[in-house]
Design a protein around this ligand. Structure first.
Ligand code: SAM
Ligand code: SF4
Length: 349
């Protein structure tokens, strides 16, 4: 190759800190049927039914598949469908079928609030979704309705049962732990997961968006969550939490196997023990914006390029260049003087 010539695109997405990007969270819609306090506002000021009229229309199925295919060709092997609530997207099943067929994709998973799973769990499994995460912040119907602003716990529990029957493996329950709101339910959640053979992850609240910032007054760090489990189940701190050595999924949780209960418990501690050094992920919004870090506000608009008629090569070059701008670490600050101006439903968590 002579000087000035552009060589072929690399087959891996490597950022300027040497991290290889293998995982994408794909938000397929901003819309949601819940309004969890830490995620969505009680009312949308500029939005109409969850859609912001100032934004361009969400990516079509064909546009989504075209962009994702480029990422997969560049080495992204794990895709998680998320939102908003992904099960609200009408063409979710054909989208899953198209994505799981992409050469190079090793794993297609999904995050959901579970409300629409009773009817959709089996079709999703049959469409190629292998693993599923279900949010569940309380086992008390009234508390659940308060946290989600109207969510029906009974139907979500039916959704979890439907996911078990459909054969997703593994099924992970995600609980955002909030001091004074649901922290007293930590032991009950461990028992619930153990009885059903589910994995369980406790998530530290994050100051993303106004709602995330507002919940930081209830922040509970990973160490305290673990202490609660130890206190309740009467286990010795030096023995029972054997770190699970096998990587489970592609996520950042640190897992511990609780002997006797037969349950693997993970904690996602984005603030208290951040995992930025090993971050392997990017996010793609429903409007086709590439988000390089959950804890930074910048986005790279790929959809305008695509709609403007750019070739795959041009799009690929933009993706490779954007990945080089991935920041070293997030800028979260527990005191909330710093918070990230993203809206969580547009990012997918
Ligand atoms: N609607 C789906 C659900 O609830 O699982 C998928 C989208 S939701 C944005 C993805 C994950 O982000 C959920 O587990 C949710 O609990 C988590 N999440 C949302 N806002 C959060 C915040 N401020 N701090 C920590 N986790 C948050
Ligand atoms: Fe909706 Fe999920 Fe956000 Fe709750 S956490 S409001 S279910 S997107």
């Amino acid at each position: 190759m002579t000087m000035g010539e552009v060589g072929p695109a690399p087959l891996a997405l490597i950022d300027s800190f040497g991290r290889t990007i293998r995982y994408m969270r794909l938000s397929v819609t901003d819309r949601c049927n819940f309004r969890c306090h830490y995620c969505r506002p009680a009312h949308d000021s500029v939005m109409c039914e969850g859609r912001d009229p100032s934004k361009q229309a969400a990516m079509s199925l064909a546009e989504t598949v075209r962009l994702v295919r480029l990422f997969v060709a560049l080495g992204v092997a794990h895709i998680r469908l998320t939102g908003g609530e992904p099960l609200l997207r009408r063409d979710l099943l054909p989208l899953a079928i198209a994505l799981q067929a992409l050469p190079g994709l090793e794993d297609l998973s999904l995050s959901t609030n579970g409300f629409l799973l009773p009817s959709l769990a089996l079709p999703l499994r049959q469409s190629g979704v292998q693993r599923i995460n279900i949010s569940l912040d309380s086992l008390d119907p009234d508390a659940f309705a308060t946290i989600t602003r109207g969510g029906d716990l009974k139907q979500v529990l039916q959704g979890i049962d439907a996911a078990v029957t459909a054969g997703f493996q593994p099924i992970k329950i995600n609980m955002v732990v909030m001091g004074g709101i649901n922290d007293h339910e930590i032991p009950a959640m461990v028992t619930f997961a153990g009885q059903r053979g589910l994995m369980l992850r406790f998530i530290e609240a994050m100051p993303v968006g106004n709602e995330g910032r507002a919940i930081m007054g209830h922040f509970m760090p990973a160490t305290v969550i673990m202490e609660r489990i130890q206190q309740h189940f009467g286990v010795r701190s030096d023995l029972p939490y054997q770190p699970v050595t096998e990587p489970i999924g592609a996520g950042p949780a640190r897992y511990h196997h609780i002997a006797g209960l037969g349950v693997d418990v993970g904690i996602i501690s984005a603030l208290s023990q951040h995992f930025c050094d090993s971050c392997n992920r990017v996010r793609l919004t429903a409007q086709g914006e590439l988000v390089l870090c959950l804890g930074r506000s910048n986005r790279v608009d790929l959809l305008t390029l695509l709609r403007g008629g750019s070739s795959d090569q041009v799009l690929r070059d933009h993706i490779v260049a954007a990945i080089r701008q991935k920041p070293r670490q997030h800028e979260f600050d527990r005191q909330s003087s710093q918070f990230v101006a993203h809206s969580m439903p547009s990012l997918g968590g």
